[in-house]
Design a protein around this ligand. Structure first.
Ligand code: TXE
Length: 478
């Protein structure tokens, strides 16, 4: 029987008290790796209570001591990169080198957030009164709930936990039901680090049971979530019952604009690489391309050549691959449905276009589609797979107008040699991020935040750190 994961509450591993067991699969092999409990609201209550109790003393520590805890964790991560990478690849399906990168980046992120310990700053505000000092203090919110997706599951632990802890909050994390094993390994790495009990807690389970209990809990001060729009709506509704603050990263439909004056080989290389990375399962990678007419043929054939050369299969199999499977059948069905409907509406397949049957696992052929009209679903719904739909435009204005014709607003990109075109795009694209002449990927010191249905608030950098704080004004009359 596969091993059953244990929740981690108040510094102890808790055996599940009955209830449903949820299998965790290797998406390349369709084998069961482990099982996890569908943790009940009662256990979630215990986790939140432990986090609440621990938060009082945790917040009293100097920030630099809280940062020391993050540095201890990053040290442990660095000693275990290969072990972590293997667990990530097994349950998530990304290639091993990318999983190694994810683990290393996670350690780096912990250290980066630790550095903020000496830079969490308030303000002194000029008063209208004689003898009064007005201070804006930055204080922790209390208990943070981190609800995680599966696409970069180990890194997402750090993206929620590191800013929460360094600013004096404590946290209860619910990993995705697709990828809890890396979280369980994270807990194992905490052993011997002397982090006070209750500061970090993990509960496993479905969104319906465990996620709902956590996001609707009255003692949670901030729900930080990364995932789908539909789930984001449910989380907001649950949080609304208690007027709990939410921080939501809900994916996107990133446009990439390629103008006639662009360095085409560079554009093709960057877009193909971004689109096949993690099998296209990234919130920020290019989901639709608007190419100017003069270079359209060159771009289409370049992308087709690049995607045809993408080797895919079991990332832990005998052959070297560039791309693993999609996360599960539901993900595959979604990609297939969008591609089929585009084809039935007149899109043309340049390469790929269908499910790849490798015996086990959920694979979709790396795909380039042309003749994609703006009104097709494939130009509006998040594909989350290795598929590039292409639309030809006459000029930058048309490209910007179509790019903005979306309910999402996370990332976007433009390839051009013209500074004024690049600046116009940065000013007029209604997105939280625009990449100019480079791949789609954000930096930890930036601010990863979307507009419209891509979410509320953001992560990373100073602005991401301050999402985990509340302001407290002090009016001191002397
Ligand atoms: O996401 P869900 P899924 C997008 C992407 C993907 C689609 C579906 O398009 O194809 O979402 O993926 C928890 N209360 N992104 O179904 O449902 C759930 O248990 C509280 C974009 O995996 O959003 C898991 O931990 N929590 C994205 C987490 O939400 C609930 C990354 C994410 O699951 C809940 C992932 C509830 N009622 C998917 N229901 C990105 N922004 O990068 C579910 N959950």
């Amino acid at each position: 029987m596969p091993a059953l994961l244990l929740n981690y509450v108040d510094g102890v591993s808790l055996p599940a008290a009955g209830g449903e067991r949820i299998p965790v699969y290797n998406p390349a092999r369709d084998t069961v790796l482990s099982e996890m409990p569908d943790t009940s609201a009662e256990v979630v209550n215990r986790a939140v209570a432990a986090a609440k109790a621990a938060q009082k003393d945790w917040a009293k520590l100097p920030a630099i001591q809280r940062a020391a805890a993050l540095r201890k964790i990053s040290g442990k991560i660095r000693e275990n990169i290969d072990r972590i990478a293997r667990v990530i690849t097994e349950e998530q399906g990304k290639v091993y080198s990318l999983a190694q990168l994810e683990a290393a980046f996670t350690a780096e992120y912990m250290d980066y957030m630790a550095e903020w310990a000496r830079r969490i700053e308030g303000e002194v505000i000029t008063s209208d009164r004689a003898g009064e000092t007005v201070l804006l203090l930055r204080q922790p919110i209390g208990v943070v709930a981190g609800i995680l997706p599966w696409n970069f599951p180990f890194f997402l632990i750090a993206r929620k936990l590191a800013p929460a802890l360094v600013t004096g909050n404590t946290i209860v994390i619910k990993p995705s039901e697709e990828t809890p094993n890396n979280a369980s390994l994270f807990v194992e790495l905490l052993e011997g680090l002397d982090i006070p009990k209750g500061v970090i807690n993990f509960v496993y389970g479905s969104g319906r049971t465990t996620g709902a209990a956590l996001s609707g809990h009255p003692d949670v001060g901030l729900v930080s979530f990364t995932g789908s729009v539909a789930t984001g709506e449910r989380i907001m509704a649950a949080a609304a019952n208690n007027i709990t603050k939410v921080n939501l990263e809900l994916g996107g439909k990133a446009p990439a604009i390629i103008l006639d004056d662009a360095d085409i080989p560079k554009a093709v290389h960057n877009l193909a690489a971004s689109r096949t990375l993690n099998s296209g399962q990234l919130c920020n990678c290019p989901e639709r391309i608007y190419v100017q007419r003069g270079v359209a043929d060159q771009v289409v054939s370049g992308l087709a050549t690049a995607l045809q050369a993408t080797r895919y299969g079991d990332p832990l199999g005998d052959k070297e691959v560039d791309m693993g499977p999609l996360i599960n059948r539901a993900g595959l069905d979604k990609v297939r449905g969008l591609v089929d409907s585009a084809i039935s509406q007149g899109a043309e397949v340049v390469t790929g276009g269908k499910v790849a049957d490798l015996g086990t696992g959920s694979y979709f052929e790396p795909t380039v589609l042309t003749n994609c009209r703006q009104n097709m679903d494939i130009m509006h719904k998040e594909i989350f797979g290795p598929v590039i739909p292409i639309n030809v435009v006459n000029d930058l204005d048309e490209a910007i107008e179509r790019s903005n014709d979306t309910e999402f607003g996370l990332t976007s990109s433009i390839f051009t040699q013209s500074l004024s075109s690049a600046l116009k795009a940065c000013n007029e694209l209604k997105f939280g991020e625009t990449y100019v002449n480079r791949e789609h990927f954000e930096a930890m010191q930036g601010f990863h935040a979307g507009t419209k249905k891509s979410g509320i608030g953001g992560a990373d950098g100073k602005h991401g750190l301050y999402e985990y704080t509340m302001t407290h004004l002090a009016y001191i009359q002397t």
